[in-house]
Design a protein around this ligand. Sequence first.
Ligand SMILES: O=C(O)CCC(=O)C(=O)O
Ligand SMILES: [Fe+2]
Length: 308
Amino acid sequence: MRRASSLPMTITPTGQEYIAGQLNSRNLEQAVRGLHEDGLIVVSGVVPHGDLDHLNTKMVQDARALQARGKDMPFNYNVGNIQQDPPPVKSFFSSSIFLNPIASQITTCMLGPKPKWTFCSGNTALPPVEGTEPQRQPVHTDADYAHPTHPFALVVNVPLIRFTPENGSTEVWLGTHTGDLAGLQVQDGAHGERASGRIKKHLLEQRMTVRGPSQPVIEKGSIVIRDLRLWHAGMPNLSRDERVMLAMIHFAPWYRNQMKLELSESTKPIVEGQSQLEVPVQWVSEEMAEERYLNRGFGNSYDFGQIA
Ligand SMILES: O=C(O)CCC(=O)C(=O)O
Ligand SMILES: [Fe+2]
């Protein structure tokens, strides 16, 4: 048997598919196959660069403000990687980024009609700070709790710039989202600890001999879709630029996750202008949205689980 690649499958929609906001059946089949087999795919050329640049300028400023909080930074595993929410207001809420129709088409095919979007945040790999050693995250799964053994949640990641190994492209371990490799038995640390979901060392060594990790180059304008269970790790950013990656979670329609987004009323027409996703929202005024989005929870304070 041919050894499986450690690099993800990339789907490249045609101009027609892009304009229609929908993949044709062949590309959709590829996407679904990649998610079943590898637990992660890249869809390239689906987000206009202008929309990314506009949001990136704002989020880089915000990242610096969060970094200036020092030990109170909302970091995950180590201080080089902060959890950072995008501003939930109309001027930055492009539907190409937050409600991308091709991303929703794919998650719908995997999870069933009207996936539920209840988490909207981001991960920022910060450039090195003088006097500190750049650190990587431990290999982990974000599904650090008892969960179903079939697909139930997909993370839609939108990189705001081109990702490379130098600027901290996420390390991914393809094919680790199912079977014996998924579940609490492969993990160290329990939900509620700052470093939960870490994959046991001997399992990493074993997996390395079967299908090792990669840090793929992801072109700007791409969307990455990842099974929540997949093993991965945030990597050091050795460049001079903040590396911002949005993370939206789509849950299966039957999955009883209780979270809600908090969005400004100003985004309502955009959210209600689409019908692919169910979007439970706590609507707040523009002013309140502005005031609160950089002071939300991070890491373990979110509950990705479902009620009984
Ligand atoms: O920033 C990244 O590349 C990944 C971050 C991550 O996996 C996490 O904080 O859980
Ligand atoms: Fe993670």
